[in-house]
Design a protein around this ligand. Structure first.
Ligand SMILES: Cc1cc2nc3c(=O)[nH]c(=O)nc-3n(C[C@H](O)[C@H](O)[C@H](O)COP(=O)(O)OP(=O)(O)OC[C@H]3O[C@@H](n4cnc5c(N)ncnc54)[C@H](O)[C@@H]3O)c2cc1C
Length: 466
């Protein structure tokens, strides 16, 4: 008998889940309510797509495993994405000082627009599998609290039921999964929100001539001063453009949409490097502002009786403050967990969906801890405040970041966790603990660690008189 899998949402989590399902189902149908563009263009259903989307190494590695016969890294680089080695290609001011740059590149991340990333992943999955996409809005799940049997959809032709042997909800942060589950009789979903009230403001610029090789530059927010967080970042994206993304928390840290105020905000950061870089650059867009940035978690893995044949992935399961750049990687790691379980068990096997949901909770937990343990320190954060455990973790993490400013051992532990190539226990390895306790062997860099050539580029671009 032919087995059909249905995926709700053609975003990153949905397309990667579809790739995993294509290895075991006869038919994989992805449903999306949005019109999906033919090229790398922004779309309505992904409002966050206008903002910086860093793809960490752990997320990319999962994608490499999931899309059959395609190297997503090569595919994205060929489409114009940039590869940024965290050790040598990034200039970052942390709350504990400037990170040194090292000869050894360390893990890399990819930077490009979210539109390019989604288009490239969607295209690669459609070209290498039999997955099909249909335009439809999913209204609810069908089945019972024991087993999901499909979805009810609304299309241009009206409403209909679509039967399925397996359903994945990857419909993003607006997912109605809790309501859908309740309609089936599953009503014990615990949820938690920790919201620092982060606002993102992003503007694209033409990369100034001669600045194409300037390192990715970021001034990070400092959660520990009892003041709202404020941060800024310049990252290279496809088409010889810079994406300049500012982010700040509730109560005075919020970046503005007015272009002049946007520049002033960058110059008022703890170091004005972002503003100096863009002060003479040619803007290509208006400033786009968005506010849906809370950490929100649905503890589906803890539900008493989970229905068979249903898995929830990506933002539909958990969202994180985007300042930490984890959401897409968590989505990809989740799809890889689905893939691993599908390779071990038959599609309709009782208990399979529950096992996947529990495995998917692991990367979610890592990302959640990283984001929330910092967000709780901002004044005005709703839904959480620092507890005893947070104080201990924070004391250790701050000391490690301070050490990372001048220690390769500590820096590479931080990059590995940030990149989601390993879980946070990496920070407790004996070599890392020892390095952290010993402190940085090299003094912290005074000012941004730029080469002479990069300094000359910065001086040439600077119209601030600074
Ligand atoms: C400002 C901002 C910046 C971010 N920066 C980063 C970053 O630097 N790095 C990073 O890794 N992550 C980042 N993220 C997080 C990232 O955007 C998400 O984690 C990621 O989009 C999750 O993918 P998804 O497929 O789960 O959901 P989405 O990408 O939101 O896709 C959901 C899809 O479901 C469709 N859909 C919704 N409801 C229905 C329905 N009822 N029926 C049919 N289709 C439906 C939508 O049209 C959409 O196509 C950022 C988020 C924000 C808000």
């Amino acid at each position: 008998m032919s087995r059909r899998a249905v995926v709700i949402g053609a975003g990153l989590a949905g397309m990667l889940a579809a790739a995993a399902l294509s290895a075991v189902a006869d038919e994989v149908v992805v449903l999306d309510r949005d019109d999906l563009p033919e090229g790398p263009e922004h779309r309505k259903g992904l409002p966050q797509g206008r903002h910086a989307h860093l793809l960490m190494a752990g997320g990319l590695a999962s994608m490499e495993d999931l899309v059959p016969g395609v190297s997503m890294r090569k595919h994205l680089l060929a489409a114009g994405a940039h590869e940024i080695p965290l050790g040598s290609g990034m200039v970052a001011l942390t709350p504990e000082g400037w990170l040194r740059r090292w000869r050894h590149p360390g893990p890399s991340m990819l930077t490009c627009t979210r539109a390019l990333l989604d288009w490239a992943v969607r295209g690669a999955v459609l070209d290498s599998t039999g997955v099909v996409i249909r335009k439809a809005r999913v209204l609810e799940l069908t089945g019972s609290r024991q087993r999901v049997t499909g979805v009810r959809v609304s299309t241009a032709a009206g409403e209909e039921d679509l039967a399925a042997d397996f359903v994945v909800d990857a419909s993003g942060r607006g997912s109605r999964i809790v309501t859908w589950l309740a309609a089936l009789g599953v009503d014990d979903v615990r949820e938690k929100t920790v919201d620092a009230g982060l606002v993102n403001a992003t503007r694209l610029y033409r990369t100034p001539e001669g600045a194409g090789r300037f390192p990715l530059t970021m001034v990070q927010a400092d959660p520990y001063q009892g003041r709202p967080g404020r941060s800024g970042m310049v990252l290279p994206i496809e088409g010889d453009r810079w994406m300049v993304s500012l982010a700040g928390t509730r109560g005075g840290g919020e970046p503005p949409s007015d272009p002049d105020a946007f520049l002033r905000y960058t110059l008022d950061l703890p170091d004005p490097i972002v503003g100096r870089l863009i002060s003479g650059a040619e803007p290509l867009t208006d400033v786009h502002v968005s506010r849906s940035t809370s950490n929100h978690r649905r503890y589906l893995e803890k539900v008493r009786s989970w229905p068979d044949r249903l898995v929830v992935l990506g933002d539909a399961l958990a969202t994180f403050n985007p300042a930490y750049g984890q959401g897409m990687s968590v989505a990809a790691l989740g799809a890889r967990e689905l893939d691993r379980e599908l390779r071990r068990s038959a599609l309709g096997e009782p208990g399979l969906a529950r096992r996947v949901q529990r495995r998917v909770a692991r990367p979610v937990e890592s990302a959640w801890t990283m984001a929330v343990s910092q967000d709780v320190w901002y004044p005005g954060t709703r839904g959480g405040s620092p507890g005893v455990a947070d104080r201990l973790v924070t004391a250790y993490t701050r000391r490690m970041i301070r050490t990372a400013t001048g220690s390769y051992t500590a820096a590479s532990a931080v990059w590995d966790v940030m990149s989601m190539t390993t879980g946070p226990t990496r920070l407790l390895r004996p070599s890392t603990v020892l390095a952290t306790l010993s402190g940085p062997p090299l003094p912290a860099a005074v000012g941004a660690p730029l080469t002479d050539d990069e300094r000359a580029v910065l001086r040439r671009l600077d119209r601030t008189g600074g």
